[in-house]
Design a binder for this molecule. Structure first.
Ligand SMILES: [Zn+2]
Ligand SMILES: [Zn+2]
Length: 253
């Protein structure tokens, strides 16, 4: 266990009712673990592209199916939601969820996603949730998959099954350590459908004809999501949506 995670776990035990961002004592048990001030300071992604959640700040309101320039040419998902933009403040929550195995941060972020869903999802919820997988090596290093951490509270809230076993991720350097060009050039075989020994095929039957949603923690270039979505559509999903905690306003460096 890293020193940071040990310190964070100890802090959670000793100070159970503190705001995740400023450590201020919370007056009552807040289910999102944020004080009023930090909640108000969150960089909300209010108006965004219907298909990739790219912030569209010039809009007064987001009409249904408004899309960014990129999605007019090549739409990403059938519906994309990301309640936050990616700023240093939202990055603190996401990075702790990613590297500190932060259960509380995951609950806080999933609540924001859930609110965005309740407010802007008139077309019916997906039938199953598929978290973006981590590679076996990264799973061991981080002690889990942050996207799975985000998926669990959403699955409980909307009574949806999580299918975390269908897709396998090939190991590569973490996305944050790559340049924009390297991220855009993610190899086509990064995600594959897992094989099953019993029927000698893949687990595509779990996806076929289903309306599914991919859960990601943060989207920058959207390349990871695009590969996942292409794989799931290729496996026969009838519709693929995308829910992420945060979306970069401009593609990363
Ligand atoms: Zn606070
Ligand atoms: Zn878009």
């Amino acid at each position: 266990m890293s020193r940071t995670r040990f310190f964070q776990n100890a802090l959670n035990l000793l100070l159970p009712d503190r705001c995740l961002l400023c450590l201020l004592a919370l007056p009552d048990a807040r289910s999102d673990y944020l004080c009023e001030h930090c909640r108000m300071a969150l960089p909300l992604n209010v108006h965004s592209c219907w298909r990739c959640a790219l912030p569209l700040p010039g809009l007064e309101q987001t009409p249904k199916d408004v899309v960014c320039g990129g999605c007019r040419v090549a739409p990403l998902a059938d519906r994309a939601i990301a309640p936050l933009t990616y700023t240093p403040l939202s990055a603190r929550l996401i990075q702790r969820c990613k590297f500190g195995h932060g259960q509380r941060e995951a609950i806080c972020l999933s609540q924001l996603i859930a609110t965005a869903i309740v407010l802007g999802y008139p077309e019916g919820l997906p039938e199953l949730i598929i978290p973006v997988p981590t590679s076996f090596l990264n799973h061991l290093r981080r002690g889990g998959n942050p996207c799975h951490l985000l998926a669990k509270p959403l699955a409980a809230r909307f009574k949806l099954p999580v299918v975390a076993s269908s897709v396998r991720r090939k190991h590569s350097a973490p996305q944050r350590k790559k340049t924009r060009r390297q991220r855009l050039n993610l190899p086509g075989n990064t995600f594959t459908l897992r094989k099953t020994w019993l029927i000698g095929g893949t687990l595509a039957h779990e996806i076929q004809g289903r309306h599914v949603v991919v859960i990601d923690d943060v989207m920058t270039t959207g390349t990871t999501a695009r590969h996942m979505i292409r794989l799931l559509r290729g496996a026969g999903a009838s519709r693929v949506d995308l829910w992420a905690a945060a979306r970069a306003e401009t593609p990363g460096p």
